[in-house]
Design a protein around this ligand. Structure first.
Ligand code: MF3
Ligand code: CO
Length: 254
């Protein structure tokens, strides 16, 4: 692992502005998600809003394979899709759960957050999956403070998820964030409390539990992006960008 950067007050102010735009996009989605809307409609709405705010979509053009860069503003992942679903002509339907992940760059600094929504009325299992995943993110964030260990956060997330009978995705993890979308350290959603690096005030972390109703195993579609559960059961995803403090973490994407 490389060096983990400490953000200055001025840098955090810039990240807070990117985080504010990210949070506003997710609020906008809460009002726009309904049966019949296409995922492309949602993507367009988000991109127009971000650009009107002076930001740039952080995911568009991102990727390690230059022949298959990420093509959209949002990742929109429905039901058994875990993350990185590509928006398109698909229409949302009552009873689905839909995860929306958004990143923004403004003034050279990034913000990143995600939230899963119910489309109309959903099954009790899906309701519980949404609630437990959001709670797990809350438990993780509650463990973030200067002097704690990184895997205290991971263990808090894992414990909450598994005690509810759900599973934590292993193949994808959270990350440091700042001048880049992905920085050190990787932030797994599973691990042993009391291990991992010591957290210091001013570190910025994107904590993002991906929680499956069934197996933690996932596969990637032929599009090279869409991650889905191996057993076809539903998955949820919540994410915030936070700053490590001596007391409670500062949540930039609330
Ligand atoms: N929140 C996700 C992440 O931080 C979204 C990345 S989508 C990508 O990894 F297209 F940018 F890869
Ligand atoms: Co992220």
């Amino acid at each position: 692992m490389g060096k983990v950067s400490i953000k200055s007050a001025g840098e955090i102010a810039l990240m807070r502005e990117s985080g504010r735009i990210v949070a506003d996009v997710l609020s906008l989605m809460a009002g726009a998600i309904r049966p019949g809307v296409t995922t492309r409609d949602l993507d367009r709405l988000a991109e127009e809003f971000i650009r009107a705010q002076g930001g740039v979509p952080a995911f568009k053009g991102y990727g390690h394979d230059s022949r298959n860069l990420y093509p959209a503003t949002l990742c929109i992942s429905v039901d058994d899709e875990v993350v990185h679903g590509i928006p398109g002509g698909r229409r949302l339907e009552e009873g689905q759960i839909v995860s929306v992940d958004v990143g923004v760059k403004k003034g050279g600094w990034f913000g990143d957050a995600a939230r899963s929504f119910a489309v109309g009325r959903v099954s009790e299992e899906k309701e519980r999956l949404l609630r437990v995943t959001e709670e797990a993110l809350g438990r993780g964030i509650a463990s973030v403070r200067a002097g704690a260990r990184l895997h205290d956060v991971s263990a808090a997330v894992q414990e909450h998820v598994e005690s509810a009978g759900f599973s934590v995705v292993r193949d994808l993890v959270g990350h440091g964030i700042g001048r880049n979308l992905h920085e050190d350290p990787p932030v797994p959603n599973f691990g042993t409390a009391g291990t991992g690096m010591v957290l210091h005030e001013g570190m910025a972390l994107a904590i993002e539990p991906m929680v499956n109703a069934g197996t933690y195993r996932v596969t990637v579609d032929a599009d090279g992006w869409t991650v889905r559960t191996s057993d076809g059961r539903p998955s949820a995803h919540f994410e915030h960008t936070v700053i490590v403090r001596s007391g409670d973490a500062d949540i930039l994407t609330r």
